[in-house]
Design a protein around this ligand. Structure first.
Ligand code: HEC
Ligand code: HEC
Ligand code: HEC
Ligand code: HEC
Ligand code: HEC
Ligand code: HEC
Length: 508
């Protein structure tokens, strides 16, 4: 048989290396072809094709070279001490063909590895990689992201910056994350606020120009109480988002006060920034500073304290992509569009209880939600359980769906674990400062007027009927409870771990 390659390459080690490299190369090409032609992208395809197989390919090549070198040395064809480099004679047709083969091979391999490393880089930046490779760990964030207004904005757009610095930082922290996932060392849930989140100027503000004016946004909410009739009421809010550039026209609203006209600084006493004890607003035009402190809090905050944070988008919009909804809100929505039939007695209360139950795994939750709701009707309303079996089933399916979008027991993730700053019902959010208790030296209070952030355009309750007023109606708290908004925050009863609401509801 005519041998194309130097004899020293035909040794068992090099042949084994060649086999390894050849098979890996073939597989990579095969997977790339499959990936190009398949409609559904598989998360592991990329990691195998662009990360694992190339490692085998390179190992194969190294083994070939090692086998060759060993063979050379053994056959003592070359006296290594006398002659460091092999003598190449391109007039010898055999040597010529070997040289051509190796040069072409090298160029091809370099091109291929450049393409491969680009693909590997691209792949490790993809939503697929961030969101699905570590299954359980990223499942909550990925699921919530897919259901968010930002589901078409890649993870990296918000979490990883451009340029070499961010690339290195992201891949180093990524490698640590891979390690902590492999060895089960990550915390559940993942703690927030994220320490090194990219600054809002580099993320949000690239797409949402801060001075862009948003007109008022109408928010309509239907509520169902936890009584047997699921008593309905509704509320229409006009959110005064605003913003703007006063050279171009209208300016007002939340964004105007909070982002454009003023710079706001604050310190919090806890890691999750729930209790804010010191606030400074600097009017950008006049330079006037106003310092507000929480009544009864220790007033000594040094102006140079490292804890002082400048307020930006994330201090209100901290859940733009990963929203874990509170159950009352989602069940209200499902009831208002008829997916959970409002004529089933106590269905609101039962659904919320089923969602907030204690479960260890998703499967357990799905089973128990079904048995909880079914047995409630069987035991308390046997007639209805028979007559409305279909509605009850539809409701169960809907509640199970709500669960799978908002609760992740394996990672201990739900609305209870991540505060949402946009609003003030379940977490203090805006009321962290706008609670009427943050006062300046000269007696100025950060407003808690119900019509300063939104106008309560209309409210429809069984006791008060339909009230409409373009300047804002007075809020009538749903249900029988008398609530003093001057002394109690909504979260005192509607917040996490507060039993008042559950007790009040249970007493009925
Ligand atoms: C629109 C911007 C945006 C996009 C897109 C986005 N995130 Fe986030 N992410 C955030 C913000 C803001 C936080 C909360 C930061 C805080 O509270 O400190 C966050 C928090 C997280 C957290 C911490 C745990 C938590 O739930 O708060 C993880 C993990 C995470 N994101 C992963 C992802 C993954 C994976 C993707 C893509 C599938 C993604 N993110 C897409 C903005 C984004
Ligand atoms: C790559 C572009 C991009 C980035 C970065 C981005 N967004 Fe968005 N954002 C969008 C798009 C697109 C929409 C949907 C537009 C629409 O519905 O009008 C949107 C919608 C929103 C909405 C309206 C949500 C709703 O309920 O309708 C808010 C609030 C928002 N973004 C805040 C943020 C914040 C805060 C950040 C930074 C953490 C951010 N965005 C980063 C593109 C982006
Ligand atoms: C003081 C709190 C606060 C800050 C700071 C803030 N926002 Fe908002 N923003 C709001 C509120 C409240 C709404 C209305 C949300 C709603 O009702 O859905 C809103 C609405 C929006 C919307 C949706 C507008 C629409 O018509 O749907 C976008 C986009 C947005 N904000 C982007 C940003 C960006 C980008 C920043 C940072 C430059 C920012 N916001 C800073 C409170 C804030
Ligand atoms: C860290 C504290 C802080 C938080 C949190 C905060 N604000 Fe403010 N807000 C202020 C301060 C301080 C001012 C007063 C600025 C000044 O001195 O005029 C203000 C003013 C405003 C104003 C103008 C009120 C007026 O007098 O007409 C609006 C509207 C507003 N905030 C909306 C919001 C909304 C909506 C949220 C929650 C999404 C929020 N703020 C969260 C500190 C805060
Ligand atoms: C500092 C600004 C601010 C003040 C002051 C304020 N709100 Fe709100 N309110 C908000 C924001 C922001 C939301 C969230 C809107 C959304 O979910 O889109 C909200 C939502 C609500 C909701 C709907 C809650 C839900 O999730 O169903 C009600 C009801 C409400 N506010 C009532 C009030 C009442 C009553 C007062 C006066 C005691 C008040 N608000 C004062 C900013 C404010
Ligand atoms: C003293 C405790 C308490 C306080 C404070 C309180 N609530 Fe409630 N709230 C209740 C109870 C109890 C119910 C009845 C729950 C039910 O029947 O489902 C309720 C029901 C509601 C509902 C309708 C139920 C639903 O579907 O979510 C809304 C809306 C509401 N409250 C808004 C507010 C707002 C906004 C604030 C703050 C301005 C507030 N509440 C403060 C106790 C309270």
């Amino acid at each position: 048989m005519r041998k194309i390659f130097p004899v020293s390459l035909y040794n068992p080690i090099s042949v084994a290396g060649a086999l390894l490299a050849g098979i890996s190369f073939g597989l990579i090409i095969f997977l790339m072809i499959i990936e190009t032609f398949s409609a559904v992208h598989k998360p592991y395809m990329g990691i195998i094709a662009f990360v694992i197989l190339p490692i085998f390919l390179i190992t194969g090549l190294v083994i070939i070279a090692y086998g060759w070198y060993r063979e050379h040395k053994r056959s003592k064809q070359i006296d290594f001490k006398a002659r460091k480099f092999p003598k190449i004679d391109l007039n010898d047709p055999k040597q010529m063909s070997v040289a051509v083969f190796f040069s072409v091979g090298t160029i091809f391999l370099l091109l291929f590895s450049a393409f491969g490393s680009f693909k590997a880089y691209e792949y490790t930046d993809s939503d697929e990689f961030c969101g699905t490779v570590c299954h359980t760990v990223m499942e909550p964030e990925y699921t919530a992201y897919l259901n968010s207004p930002h589901s078409k904005v890649g993870c990296v757009k918000c979490h990883i910056g451009e340029g070499a610095g961010w690339f290195v930082r992201a891949k180093i922290s990524g490698s640590y994350q891979l390690y902590s996932v492999t060895f089960n060392k990550y915390s559940r849930p993942i703690p927030t606020p994220i320490e090194n989140l990219r600054p809002a100027q580099e993320t949000c503000e690239q797409c949402h120009w801060p001075k862009h004016f948003f007109s008022e946004k109408k928010v309509h909410l239907d509520y169902y109480l936890a009584d047997s009739a699921n008593t309905k009421s509704s509320l229409t809010l006009l959110m005064r988002v605003g913003g703007g550039n006063h050279e171009l026209g209208n300016t007002n609203g939340i964004h105007w006060h909070m982002n454009i006209a003023n710079d706001i600084y604050y310190t919090a006493t806890d890691d999750t920034r729930q209790t804010i004890n010191w606030v400074k607003s600097v009017n950008k035009e006049s330079g006037k500073e106003t310092i507000y402190t929480l009544k009864g809090a220790n007033k000594k905050v040094s102006e140079k304290s490292a804890e002082i944070r400048k307020m930006d988008c994330i201090d209100c919009h901290n859940r733009p992509a990963h929203i874990y909804n509170e159950p009352s809100r989602t069940v209200n929505i499902s009831m208002s569009i008829g997916r959970v039939a409002p004529d089933l007695p106590y269905i609101k209360s039962i659904s919320v209880q089923a969602l907030d139950g204690k479960y260890e795994t998703k499967d357990e939750a799905q089973k128990k939600i079904s048995s909880f709701i079914t047995s409630f009707y069987k035991n308390n309303y046997p007639e209805i359980a028979k007559l409305k079996a279909k509605e009850i089933n539809t409701a169960i399916k809907e509640v199970q769906k709500i669960y799978s979008r908002n609760y992740f027991p394996e990672m201990r993730v739900s609305w209870k674990h991540y505060p949402n700053h946009l609003g003030h019902m379940n977490y203090d959010g805006c009321f962290r400062c706008h609670d009427g208790n943050h006062v300046s030296e000269d007696g100025k209070v950060i407003t808690n007027d119900c019509n300063s952030c939104h106008v309560l355009l209309a409210q429809d309750t069984p006791k008060g009927g339909k009230q409409v007023n373009l300047d804002g109606v007075e809020f009538s708290h749903p249900g029988e409870i008398e609530v003093s908004f001057k002394t109690q925050k909504c979260s005192a009863c509607h917040g996490v771990g507060n039993k008042t609401l559950e007790k009040k509801v249970a007493q009925r």
